[in-house]
Design a protein around this ligand. Structure first.
Ligand code: 5RP
Length: 236
């Protein structure tokens, strides 16, 4: 009888499959989060074995930078490498059209910058991340905002008609606001139901001055690798 894989084993399967997209000589984007961390480890391992050579990687967070540096992966920034061949990253929610929510790990801005700069964005998830509509998991959809007058911005977000009564909370780290790698705050939005029009919501959020970026990654994923009980499948 087949043994049931743990969620970590599923994440690792998706991550290892994604690393098959990486070839020697490429410039790659390294995502953030527990699923992406498996891909970073795998790339480090293949470099060490000399199966992969001459890779340059752009990390999407300080956390990933430290992990990759520890593994001896050559690193660069978007200033030095503005065009990437492939980026590999996890997601919090994936809808049937491969639009995703990202940023529960707090790295959404750098993730979006790196993934938009990549020719191919390979998203890696276990099947618990699949939703019928974004916002549908009832968990956070993050928005990165400047620290200045954060309460004012939080209240404005909450009132946007495109968000249909979403509730908004400032993300905390203990008794202090959570601060991103870019020295900003995060407002987490919670929806009662999936967002009706994610494009309209993204546009309305972005139009609020003081918003740096949001966790709706629309029309960005090229391939999604989904690991589940029946194995690993690809959707593009
Ligand atoms: C971090 C992210 C992560 O990719 C997302 O939160 C998924 O994380 P995990 O793989 O740990 O479930 O967007 O900002």
């Amino acid at each position: 009888m087949a043994t049931k894989l743990s969620q970590d084993e599923l994440k690792q399967q998706a991550a290892w499959k994604a690393v098959e997209y990486v070839q020697s000589g490429m410039v790659i984007g390294l995502g953030t989060g527990s699923t992406a961390a498996f891909a970073v480890d795998r790339i480090g391992q293949l470099l060490k074995e000399n199966t992969l050579r001459d890779i340059v990687a752009v990390p999407t967070s300080i956390r990933t930078y430290e992990q990759a540096k520890g593994l001896g992966i050559p690193l660069a920034t978007l200033d030095e490498q503005p065009e990437l061949d492939v980026a590999i990253d996890g997601a919090d929610e994936v809808d049937p059209a491969l639009n995703v929510v990202k940023g529960r790990g707090g790295a959404l801005l750098r993730e979006k910058m790196v993934e938009l700069a990549s020719k191919k964005f390979v998203c890696i998830v276990d099947e618990s991340k699949l939703v019928s509509g974004l916002g549908g998991s009832k968990d956070a959809m993050p928005v990165e905002i400047v620290q200045f007058c954060w309460k004012y911005n939080l209240e404005r977000l909450q009132k946007l008609p495109e968000l249909a009564g979403a509730s908004a909370k400032l993300r905390m780290a203990g008794d202090k606001p959570y601060v991103t790698d870019n020295s900003n705050y995060i407002v987490d939005l919670y929806f009662q139901e999936p967002i009706k029009d994610a494009y309209a919501a993204a546009k309305a959020i972005s139009a609020c001055t003081g918003v740096v970026d949001h966790g709706l990654f629309l029309d960005m994923v090229d391939v999604c690798i989904i690991a589940g009980a029946d194995g690993v499948r690809l959707q593009d």
